[in-house]
Design a protein around this ligand. Sequence first.
Ligand SMILES: [Ca+2]
Length: 81
Amino acid sequence: MYFLFFTGFQLNNDVLQIMVSRYSDSNLTIDFDNFVACIVRLESMFKTFKMLDKDKNGTIELNFFEYFIWLQIAMDSINTK
Ligand SMILES: [Ca+2]
């Protein structure tokens, strides 16, 4: 997943492994369609996080409804093919 370095997204190892398992095949190879899907998903999640991080301190506090929505977005990102 070297492409993540070039796209400017910074992910910790746990999140990176989840994204690899979601978007790669059994040889850990990512085809173009899955590459685009991964980038679009990451961009969406980063934008959502930035929107929720109103004081720009790198953390978010969610009420139950917001947590539920965030959980849905996260689960859509890691569901297996
Ligand atoms: Ca914050």
